[in-house]
Write a protein of this length. Structure first.
Length: 264
């Protein structure tokens, strides 16, 4: 019996460190995080995200963590909206890429390559748009080409993770768009170019709402939640892929109605 207890204790001592490695440490922003994998492949708004807005400038930023990059000849969508913009990780070395559709040129320049993203650590990634496309991570990068004009309109939902459709006649990234596997925290979208390269200060702590913030998600909801609150106050809440549909639409309408009645 004593030997059995010793063996069980040794097994638990081995198992605890393995379990501790299952989740990454909190991001520099603290709080919770969003896990994305084959089963929970994306979160998205129920309805179109700012469908009638023509953005002269846009910044999408997040903290991300992944153990391994996508396989060669594939890529992951981090943040994006079909037909308007996308921030991705390439399988060719785990590098960052971004594109945006210009109302005049019908697509800003692709920004790809560069230094591979570090793995097994939290990285602050940024997509920068002013009718062209730029990117950066951990405070380095930028957009130096062809400012001016507007990003085109899009009547599609906003999405984090998952697969964002590419027009086959205007493919922006080579390879297959596959489901992201990793962790994301603190996604903020701003209606300005918030960072100007080649270097800037990485935000400390939680992202804050200011007059330029149009969507912000902290992902501090309890485990098992399917709805993630937009902290900007603009009501663009996110839902997990498995519940998006008529159920989520009806729930969103009820929440909007209830909130409107409370404010009267």
């Amino acid at each position: 019996m004593i030997h059995r207890h010793i063996l069980i204790s040794l097994f638990l001592l081995i198992l605890i460190p393995l379990s501790a490695k299952a989740l990454p440490p909190p991001s520099p922003a603290g709080g919770g995080m969003l896990k994305l994998d084959e089963n929970h492949d994306f979160v998205a708004t129920v309805e179109a995200w700012f469908p009638n807005k023509q953005f002269k400038g846009l910044t999408a930023e997040a903290w991300i963590y992944f153990q391994e990059p996508p396989q060669p000849l594939s890529f992951w969508s981090i943040i994006g909206q079909e037909g308007r913009f996308n921030l991705v990780i390439h399988g060719n070395g785990g590098t960052l890429g971004a594109w945006g559709y210009d109302e005049d040129a019908n697509g800003g320049p692709i920004v790809a390559g560069g230094t591979p993203l570090p793995k097994e650590e939290w990285v602050h990634v940024t997509a920068i748009y002013d009718a062209s496309a730029g990117k950066g991570f951990n405070g380095k990068g930028g957009n130096w080409c062809c400012p001016g004009g507007h990003l085109i309109k899009s009547d599609k939902p906003f999405r984090i993770g998952g697969i964002i459709f590419q027009d086959p006649e205007q493919v922006r990234f080579g390879g297959e768009n596959v489901k992201l596997r990793g962790y994301i925290d603190e996604v903020r979208i701003s209606n300005i170019v918030r960072y100007v390269g080649p270097e800037w200060e990485v935000p400390k702590g939680r992202f804050e709402v200011d007059k330029h913030t149009i969507s912000l998600w902290h992902f501090d909801e309890e485990t098992g939640f399917n709805r993630f609150k937009d902290a900007s106050g603009n009501g663009h809440h996110l839902w997990r892929s498995g519940v998006i549909g008529s159920l989520a639409v009806e729930a969103e309408r009820k929440l909007t109605t209830t909130w409107g009645q409370l404010k009267r």
